[in-house]
Design a binder for this molecule. Structure first.
Ligand SMILES: [Zn+2]
Length: 277
């Protein structure tokens, strides 16, 4: 079911981790950001869109993690974009012969069987430093940073005051740092929060990759909450964060212990480099 969150901006929420797909209506069709997870849900989205007389004219993936890279044949064959760094990361990960197996290892079987990998990860990288998505509709500013994943993009739909935040600023998920691809995961995360803070005054509707939609009053609160968590992680202190613990796992068995795992990985980095990054 599509739900309007601002003029010409609609959300389709997945049962998987409250993943939000975002539809932006343009002049000749829609832009679809992070389309969804289960095949049946994306088929439902495709039929909702055709019910509105909309075809998808462009896609965009906010970052190179599997739950943001899926697609469904019913959504058509529009170009699907990401940042240059996002696309390069996907290319790199998919170039090995065993990418499906390694992904399958991360996803519980009951979820994996509802996912189609047919059109997975077919992302065209936009040239580095591209500041807007090339399409015929409301201007969408790309705010690229290196928190959470390489080439992660937050998208600001300027005329509508909507920020599509990707996997940050969620009220259900703690910040998950990119501890594999970068030498400075903490600093990258804090830098990304500063970038988002810089546009906070322009945001009336906040759409996180997972979780519920926030109003203008939520923007700074969620930025502050994410920053406080990252500071606690950096200082290896105990975060007073309601998202840490079972509530952050959606009752699933694939996300528990994220906080503990991050703490351990950062402790190993500190041992090795003298700083968590
Ligand atoms: Zn995600």
């Amino acid at each position: 079911m599509l739900r309007q969150v601002a003029e010409g901006v609609l959300i389709h929420q997945s049962e998987f981790c409250q993943s939000n797909a975002v539809v932006v209506e343009g002049r000749a069709g829609a832009l679809l950001i992070d389309p969804g997870i289960y095949g049946s849900e994306m088929a439902c989205l495709a039929s909702d869109l055709s019910g509105l007389g909309q075809t998808v004219v462009a896609g965009f993936s906010t970052h190179p993690h599997w739950d943001h890279l899926l697609w469904h044949a019913g959504l058509g064959a529009a170009p699907r974009y990401g940042t240059a760094r996002c696309a390069a990361t996907i290319r790199d990960r998919l170039s090995g012969p065993h990418w499906k197996d390694s992904l399958a290892g991360m996803i519980p079987p009951d979820i994996a069987e509802q996912i189609s990998w047919d059109l997975f990860g077919l992302i065209t990288g936009l040239p580095a430093e591209t500041t807007r998505i090339p399409w015929d509709g409301p201007q969408v500013r790309i705010i690229e940073h290196q928190a959470h994943a390489p080439g992660h993009a937050a998208l600001l739909i300027e005329e509508r005051g909507v920020l599509v935040a990707g996997d940050m600023l969620s009220e259900v998920l703690i910040p998950m740092l990119d501890l594999n691809d970068t030498a400075e995961p903490i600093e990258n995360y804090l830098a990304a929060l500063r970038l988002l803070e810089g546009v906070a005054g322009d945001i009336g509707v906040l759409v996180p990759g997972h979780g519920s939609i926030g109003g203008a009053d939520q923007v700074r609160a969620r930025i502050d909450q994410d920053r406080a968590y990252v500071h606690a992680l950096r200082d290896a202190s105990v975060p007073g964060d309601p998202r840490v613990g079972p509530s952050a796992t959606f009752g699933k068995d694939w996300l528990p212990g994220v906080h503990e795992r991050q703490l351990q990985q950062l402790a190993r980095r500190t041992e090795r480099d003298g700083t968590p990054g």
